[in-house]
Every structure is written in structure tokens, then in C-alpha cells.
Design a protein around this ligand. Structure first.
Ligand code: UD1
Ligand code: CA
Length: 493
């Protein structure tokens, strides 16, 4: 996959604007995200930009890509309109990585009109605006950076990011003049049947020189099929005024996927998955055995030589070390960290830390707030919740370990339960098990309770008192063995 593509539309529009172009503003960079539209085609009460794309809202993915497009993005302007309270509230709660402000567009009269709403706040800002539609969540920061670089290198006033699609469906089509220079964009709804055959499309992402582009913005008309002020018309304005309309063609057309319906949302998630797996494979040295059945979100970091087996679904802030084997069929919801050389098979993990050289599963449920050390074994049908586990400790089979601290070299027998919940006080209490201690099969630790180091719990014991270090606790009904009982019973009948 490539971030940037071939530069295209070189040359500087028609006319002789070269003299002007040397003074074009390129200084500091600000981002503008257009997110005021309703997204009718989603058929949803939730604003389109708040829909979830692999663990993050559409708008968050766009905001993060723009914020990461350069080291010098000083501010983000977000245009809100439809359900603006919800979108603004969401941003406030999720705190974008760069300083931002919201600008109300009411009513929503098109993408050009949307950008106009930001103009007053720009004051006497002189520099570059990177403007993007709010509904293209697959875009990668490196592509936005390539757009900025191209815009600065060609000294353009308006530089559009374009790409070629086999099925250009509803996108705006790029019009070029006889010399191949970009001369305009025609929306699908306004396009002639001939123009509809054009494969090069508008991604809805542009770099603009400000305040130069402001003049073109003011002159936009809504004389089109949708009676909207189209931002896309800025390109024709720049071409016609000798301002050098430019375009950068993105090789990787997957990144521009705009989501207008739920089907396109699903498609965007799939594309994001494909791009992520490609990066992990090609850049990080990770083996993903079956990319089609594996879902890994962009936030996931995986070390070299780790193998991801089929059927895994990994989302959120996940960090997996080197030489691990994950899967088949592992569900991981970040934050999760996994050390090196750890093997996790057919298990569910969320909000937990797993050490190195540890084995988890098959069929373990490591559900919340756990910290498992190195060289441990968390076996089949084991549930861990808020468990702190030292090194070389085994919880091999059929156990619930909740609100518990287990030291190192502890052995938990099959079927051991920490009874952490008092249903009358509705309080949860902790169980503490010291280094080298062991519990027999089918034992119950009624919390709060503590087992000292090297202490032993006999199989079948229910312990509600602290066990001193090195002690044996046995608590079972006395075993009686009646010799010859079976024969005697038969004779009776
Ligand atoms: C737009 C482009 C099209 C491009 C496509 C890429 C225009 C006129 N068309 O079309 O060339 O191929 O994106 O995905 O720009 N918005 C506002 N205020 C408005 C209208 C829209 O903020 O008044 C926002 C929307 O919230 C959305 C974005 O702008 O995030 C694009 O709007 P949308 O209606 O989806 O435009 P498209 O028809 O997809
Ligand atoms: Ca769109």
C-alpha cells in the first residue's frame, strides 16, 4: 500500500499566475472537518459522524488522521450542524488530540457553505487549511501529509486529493483539460452521462492556501441540482483565475471510502481492517494467517514474529509483544497488553495485562482489571476478574478468581472458586493467596480471606478464616467407608 500517489495536474492552472503564486500563503496549518450534514442515507437517529468504525466514532478517526498529518497542525475547526449538541458533546467528552473549536452551520447549505462558517474564526490567519469531509474515516495520516507536501511543493491555492475508482458511484468526478490539468469537479448528480464514465474521483479532501481561497469561497453559487454551495467549485474557480488548481492522485483508493449508508459503513470497516493487516504484515513483521477471518483495528500494536491465527477480533488499545501466538478465535478488547512469547488460544480478554511466556486458554475469560505475570498458565474454563497474579502461577482448570491477589508459584486446583460477593452487603471482598500456596480441587475461599505463603488447602475445603503460612486447612465431611455394603444391600433385596 502506498500513501501518496503520483503527482498530477502539474502546471499551475491556465493563465500566468506564476508571479502571484510565489506569495501564496503556506505557513502554519489548520484542519477543517465538515461534519454538519445529517447523513439521511444512514437511516439512523445517531448522527452519521458518531457511528462506530471499529471501536472509534467516524469523526474521531477523521480528527485523529488530520491531527497526525503534520507536526505543525495548530488547530482543528469542526463544522457542526445536524444534531450539533450531540456531536459537540461527543468531542468534548473524547478530547481531540489537538486544540479545536466547533462552528455551527445552520441551515446546512452545502460543503462550500460549511467552510464559509469557519472564515470569521480564521481572522487574519495566513497559511494552509487542510479541509476534509467528516464521513471518510479510512483516510490515513500519511496520505494527508502527502497532500500537504504536494500542495506546498506546487505552491497551489487549491489542491484536491483524488483517486481512481472502478466504480465511481456517487462521488464527484475530476475534470481535466486537454493538457491533463485539473479544471473542475462535477458532482455525480450534475454529471452528464459522459462525465459519469470518468474514473478519477474527488475524495472530499483538499489543501487550501488561506486567505487566497477565501475569495473563491465567497463567489460560490448554488446553481446546481442540489441547490447547494459546493466546496468542489473552488477547484474550477482556482483554475479559471490562474491560481493553479492542483491534484494529488492517491494510489490507495480504499482510504477515501465515504460512508453514506450502513452498507458503506461496513465496507469502510473492512477496508480499515485490510489496511491495518497490511501494515502489520509489511512493516511490523507480523504473520496474519488468514486476513479474511481476522479483524484488527488500527490502534493495535503487535511485535515482530507474532502469529495471529484465524478468527481473531482485536480492537482498541492493544499491545502484543514479539513471538506470541494469538488464536485461533481470540477476542480482545483493549486496553490489553501482552508480553513476549505468550500463547493465547480461543479466549476472551478485556482491560488486562498478561506477562511474557504465559499461556492463556483455551476458553479462558480474562475479563476486567487483571494483571497476570510471566510464566503463568490460565487454563480452560477459568474466569479472571480484578486478579493480580505473580510469576509461575497456574490456574489450570474450571476456576473463578475474582478480586484476588495470587503470589508467585501458586497452584490453584481445578474448580477453585474465590467467593468474592456478599449478596447481603452487596460488597465484594478480596482473597489473598501467598507465594507457593496451593488449593485443592473444588475448594472455595470465602472472601475476605488470606492464605499464607506455602499454605495448603485440601480438596473440597471451604475456607472462611485466614490460613497461616505453611499450614494445611482441611474442611470436609468425615469420610466413612463401609466394607461389603453393596453385597449386603443386594442380599436384602
Ligand atoms: C462530497 C463531495 C464529492 C466527494 C465526496 C467524497 C461536495 C459538493 N461533494 O459529496 O465531490 O466525491 O464528498 O466523499 O462537496 N457537510 C456539511 N454541511 C453541509 C453539507 C455537508 O458540513 O451543508 C458535511 C457532511 O457532514 C459530510 C461532508 O460534508 O461529512 C460531505 O457531505 P456529503 O453530503 O456526504 O457529500 P457527498 O455527496 O458525499
Ligand atoms: Ca459523503
Amino acid at each position: 500500500m502506498q500513501a501518496g500517489g503520483k503527482a498530477n495536474g502539474n502546471g499551475t492552472g491556465k493563465g500566468t499566475g506564476d508571479g502571484d503564486l510565489t506569495s501564496v500563503s503556506h505557513g502554519p496549518v489548520r484542519g477543517v472537518i465538515l461534519a454538519a450534514g445529517q447523513g439521511k442515507r444512514m437511516k439512523s437517529s445517531l448522527p452519521k459522524v458518531l457511528h462506530d468504525v471499529f471501536g472509534k466514532a467516524v469523526i474521531s478517526r477523521v480528527v485523529e488522521a488530520v491531527a497526525a498529518a503534520g507536526t505543525d497542525i495548530e488547530h482543528l475547526h469542526v463544522v457542526v450542524g445536524h444534531a450539533s449538541d450531540q456531536v459537540e458533546g461527543f468531542l468534548k467528552q473524547n478530547n481531540p488530540p489537538t486544540a479545536y473549536s466547533c462552528h455551527l452551520q445552520e441551515p446546512q447549505l452545502g460543503t462550500g457553505h460549511a467552510l464559509l462558517q469557519v472564515a470569521p474564526a480564521l481572522g487574519d490567519f495566513k497559511g494552509t487549511l487542510i479541509v476534509t469531509v467528516g464521513d471518510a474515516p479510512v483516510i490515513q495520516a500519511e496520505s494527508l501529509k502527502a497532500l500537504l507536501d504536494h500542495h506546498h511543493a506546487t505552491r497551489g491555492v487549491v489542491t484536491a486529493l483524488t483517486t481512481e475508482l472502478l466504480d465511481a458511484k456517487n462521488y464527484g468526478r475530476i475534470l481535466r483539460d486537454y493538457e491533463g490539468r485539473v479544471r473542475g469537479i462535477v458532482e455525480d448528480k450534475d454529471a452528464t452521462s459522459e462525465q459519469k464514465l470518468i474514473k478519477e474521483i474527488n475524495t472530499g479532501i483538499y489543501a487550501l492556501a488561506w486567505p487566497e481561497a477565501a475569495e473563491g469561497l465567497k463567489g460560490l453559487s448554488n446553481n446546481n441540482k442540489q441547490n447547494e454551495y459546493y466546496l468542489t467549485d473552488l477547484v474550477a474557480w482556482a483554475y479559471e483565475h490562474g491560481h493553479g488548481a492542483q491534484a494529488l492522485v492517491l494510489n490507495d483508493s480504499r482510504q477515501v471510502a465515504g460512508i453514506n449508508s450502513r452498507l458503506e459503513l461496513a465496507e469502510a470497516i473492512r477496508l480499515l481492517r485490510d489496511i491495518t493487516i497490511e501494515k502489520l504484515s509489511l512493516q511490523s513483521g507480523v504473520t496474519v494467517v488468514d486476513p479474511q477471518s481476522t479483524w484488527i483495528s488500527p490502534e493495535v500494536e503487535i511485535g515482530a514474529e507474532t502469529i495471529i491465527l484465524p478468527g481473531c477480533y482485536l480492537t482498541g488499545a492493544i499491545k502484543i509483544g514479539r513471538n506470541c501466538q494469538i488464536g485461533p478465535n481470540v477476542l480482545m478488547k483493549g486496553p490489553v497488553t501482552v508480553g513476549d512469547r505468550t500463547v493465547i488460544v480461543s479466549s476472551h480478554l478485556a482491560n488486562s495485562k498478561i506477562g511474557s511466556d504465559t499461556r492463556v486458554g483455551p476458553f479462558a475469560h480474562v475479563r476486567d482489571g487483571n494483571e497476570v505475570g510471566d510464566f503463568c498458565k490460565i487454563g480452560n474454563f477459568v474466569e479472571l476478574k480484578k486478579a493480580d497474579i505473580g510469576q509461575h502461577t497456574n490456574v489450570g482448570h474450571l476456576s473463578y478468581i475474582g478480586d484476588a491477589s495470587l503470589g508467585s508459584n501458586v497452584n490453584i486446583g481445578a474448580g477453585t472458586i474465590t467467593a468474592n460477593y456478599d449478596h447481603i452487603t452487596k460488597k465484594k471482598d478480596r482473597t489473598v493467596i501467598g507465594d507457593g500456596a496451593s488449593t485443592g480441587s473444588n475448594s472455595v475461599l470465602v472472601a475476605p480471606v488470606e492464605m499464607g505463603a506455602e499454605s495448603v488447602l485440601a480438596a473440597g475445603t471451604v475456607v472462611g478464616k485466614n490460613v497461616p503460612p505453611g499450614a494445611l486447612a482441611v474442611g470436609r465431611a468425615v469420610l466413612k467407608i463401609l466394607d461389603g455394603w453393596a453385597g449386603a444391600r443386594k442380599a436384602k433385596k
